[in-house]
Design a protein around this ligand. Sequence first.
Ligand code: FUL
Length: 519
Amino acid sequence: MTSVERLKLYTSVVPSRVQRSIQRDNFNAFIHYGLNTFANKEWSDGTLSPEIFNPTNQDAEQWVKVLKFAGAKGIIFTAKHHDGFCMWQTATTDYSVKSSPYLDGKGDVVKEVAAACKKHGVKFGIYLSPWDRNCPLYGSAEYDDFYVAQLKELLTGYGEIFAVWLDGACGAASDGKPVQKYDFNRYYEVIRKLQPKAVISNCGPDVRWVGNEGGFARDGEWCVIPEMDYGTQSIIEQSQHEESENMKAPSVEMFGEELGSREMLEKYSEFVWSPAEVDVSIRPGWFYHKSQDHRIRSVNNLLYIYYTAVGGNSLLLLNVPPDATGRLNDADVDRLVRFADRKNAAFSKPVTVDGVTAPVHEEGFKPKNMFRFGFDKNSFESTGYYTPKDEADSYEITLKLAKTCKVDKLRLIENVSFSQRVESFRIEAKVNGKFKTVYYGKTIGFNRIAFFRAVRTDEIKIVIDSCRLKPYIEYVGVFEQDKKGKNPHASPLKSVMKAIHRLHNIRAAKKKAHTASDG
Ligand code: FUL
């Protein structure tokens, strides 16, 4: 295949409707809540007594209101974690809220969260752990029937579900138990049939785990990647795998730096659209622990994660766990409110673009289209975009701003219905009559927040240095610096992640050299 043919093949891979939908709502929240909350545990083994589940002040509406205020468009709730304890009135087991003192065994937490979400216009999703440490059937083929029965209850009894999060974590081997081989294809079929609008995440075909639980996004994140088994086994190895209150160190291994670079894709012939999701907790643990009340992520760190994940062609799933009273703790609420205020301020001053020069456009797809943000609410497709008439080695788009002001960020979106194409770009700003580069970026994809030290300017240039065939740009927004909404600075942990990536690449290069010399 010629290189142009390969590029045509890569750019023929596009998102499905459910993928386009979650890419538009790229920030969602996770809620871990259950028996573990009351036992001060991260993982429990399925033997804790349901008697301990007794919140005194449970308020699902408070969870939803706070998370909505923080900007989350949907909430994914742990209907059942690895301990097997069900947070709804299930007919499949007694190990559930039915056996707890909460509302005399009549409570249904899944129902409460679903209702609160509906009331406040937030989407509702479920986490149903495939690994179940309570179910006696676990490890046998009958367990699949049990799991499917639970899925069906959740998918039919609680209104529209926007996401089903299938966790790959499994510690059955260290429990000395047989490891269940899940029939994932069967689960997918059930989900597609009962909730066709739901994305299936993590061990699912729609959304890919980014590969760490520490909040780290890649600098160059691709949605078009080789079709390989991202499946369960590697996810099992990489995700949290012991009962620990502390967040696992970021791990990469098969989750190297750029899964969709040309170098990577060249080795394969089948490709899929697979957006990455950064799942991360506001605290070191996924469940609430009083001892972590002083270890909540800072506003700067939350913002940095938001800018690099949501703004880095990834989805963000931020976990905020309620405490044992049944409410989000004041400390977390305070942090989220300040995070939201700063984030909103940061994007509160869009700068009008007065004029634009760009390579000659394809008929009907003018550069001006880039300054109107909008998409069709049913198909989630873009309603307008710019594309040049001809392919070129590079593309320069110059924006004349309506005023001279201090600019500190741009938001860029590719029209991903034409796949993901931009491989590297830079932003230049005219300062004292001369253009200087203020930002280097790799991918754009369905969302890029390019943030940099503020510059006083009235002219900005976007230079696309490398692109697969030609670019299709849906949106460009320029933002004036806002004092309250100042840009986050990189967290020191980012350099740890970079070092790990570097090590991974060195190891991979060594392995390659070794294999080559063997051959
Ligand atoms: C991991 C689980 O083991 C954690 O407890 C948590 O649910 C996290 C989101 O996924 O794999």
